[in-house]
Ligand binder design. Structure first.
Ligand SMILES: [Fe+2]
Length: 244
């Protein structure tokens, strides 16, 4: 494994996932990992599970939407739109796929110095949000590897520690040798919320110690039409075109 494609928050968006896989292969990715939320919101939870598994990923992390879709726990922590989408998603998934989701780990270390989580290395099962410098600094206290990658907020960004100083950086391309430790949000494949509608993912060049944020255009109209045809909340289709 030399170039690892880090995908997170696919959220049942098959068009976006398909485009990302093609782009990752085109830029030389030789392995895939998923940081959680394969399902939830989008119209293709089954096909996204199956496509992801067909990639023989080195790790797939449990996301909060995966956990809620995997069993019949109550949905009090979700807003009404997420509740509707989760109930719909449960009906699409058969028991084999729900069992697969339920068994996913909260953390993985697919390579030396590399740690993967969905929300945060601090209490990963609490699904905390890491959006600001203070939250990043707090989370970095609990990361075990020099490089920790996460998703959950759907906004690509990076926190770089040099000595005792932690700096927050926008999502982008970075030389990892420029920091003592990194906590990096890889962006969202299926529902970006950084104002850019294109699918986001991050390539980790392990030998070259470099990360690159990629964006892939996909068939947005086809994806939106499927969400509406499925009877999912129209807002889930609308938000995709504005990346919010
Ligand atoms: Fe998510």
């Amino acid at each position: 494994m030399r170039k690892l494609a880090l995908l997170s928050d696919i959220h049942g968006n098959l068009e976006a996932l398909t485009a990302v896989v093609a782009q990752a292969r085109a830029v030389g990715a030789d392995a895939f990992a998923c940081l959680g939320d394969v399902v939830g919101y989008g119209a293709d939870p089954v096909a996204c599970c199956d496509l992801l598994r067909s990639l023989a990923p080195v790790a797939v992390i449990l996301g909060n939407h995966d956990a809620y879709a995997a069993d019949d726990r109550d949905l009090d922590n979700f807003n009404s739109m997420a509740q509707v989408a989760t109930l719909w998603t449960r009906r699409q998934l058969d028991q084999e796929r729900r069992t697969w989701l339920a068994a996913l780990p909260l953390q993985a270390a697919p390579a030396p110095d590399v740690e993967l989580v969905h929300a945060s290395p601090s209490e990963p099962a609490a699904w905390n949000y890491v959006r600001f410098t203070g939250e990043g600094a707090r989370a970095m206290l609990d990361q075990k590897a020099r490089l920790c990658f996460y998703g959950h907020t759907h906004v690509p960004m990076a926190f770089r520690r040099v000595g005792d100083a932690i700096e927050q950086l926008p999502g982008g391309d970075y030389d990892l040798a420029s920091g003592d430790a990194w906590l990096v949000n890889v962006g969202s494949v299926g529902q970006p919320r950084d104002g850019d509608w294109r699918a986001a993912w991050t390539l980790l060049d392990i030998a070259g110690q470099r990360i690159t944020l990629h964006r892939a255009e996909y068939d947005l109209q086809a994806c939106q039409a499927k969400i509406l045809a499925a009877g999912l909340p129209p807002r889930l289709a609308e938000r995709l075109q504005v990346g919010r």
